[in-house]
Design a protein around this ligand. Structure first.
Ligand SMILES: [Zn+2]
Length: 170
């Protein structure tokens, strides 16, 4: 089924539940999509103009995140696999799967997976991040559905009546 709110939509299975964090509104928010098998996908959004100067594209934002992970001294390796995303036209976006391995002293190696999509919406001045984060042990159960659901995310600002809070530039 399609879950749609605040001019965006995502397709989730019917047995998933939806949790809307307070306070959530058109400009800033957080929604959690929960599968019965405990896979959780978050949609968070915030003012694009807060990020745009530092990160001109969604890919720049994630490159920075990856460098941050690499900078952790417990992280042994980081692998980024780009995914295809056919999003709404005119939106800067980046979709990928990050797999990194960490190991602290006296502990076992731990595999971390982050499937993440970033979408810049200039029209509504919003930056969306849609992601799932889970342990490598869950990879077999979660990978396919996480990718499929996140890939279905669409900014539907074509429905937005008026551009909101858009900086006067361009
Ligand atoms: Zn949009």
């Amino acid at each position: 089924m399609i879950f749609s709110i605040y001019d965006f939509e995502i397709e989730i299975p019917e047995d998933w539940s939806v949790e809307i964090s307070k306070p959530t509104n058109y400009e800033v928010g957080r929604i959690l999509l929960n599968a019965p098998n405990k896979l959780a996908i978050a949609i968070i959004w915030d003012s694009l103009s807060r990020f745009k100067d530092e990160f001109p594209t969604a890919k720049d934002f994630f490159n920075y995140q990856v460098e941050h992970i690499k900078g952790n001294r417990h992280v042994r390796s980081v692998d980024v696999q780009p995914f295809e995303y056919r999003g709404s036209e005119g939106h800067s976006c980046d979709f990928h799967r990050i797999h990194y391995i960490s190991k602290a002293r006296f502990t076992r190696e731990h595999h971390h997976i982050i499937v993440g999509l970033g979408v810049y919406c200039e029209k509504t001045n919003r930056f969306f991040v849609v992601f799932a984060e889970y342990s490598g042990e869950k990879s077999k159960d979660y990978d396919e559905v996480a990718k499929q659901v996140i890939q279905s995310f669409r900014c539907r600002c074509d429905r937005a009546k008026v551009p909101r809070n858009t900086p006067a530039s361009t």
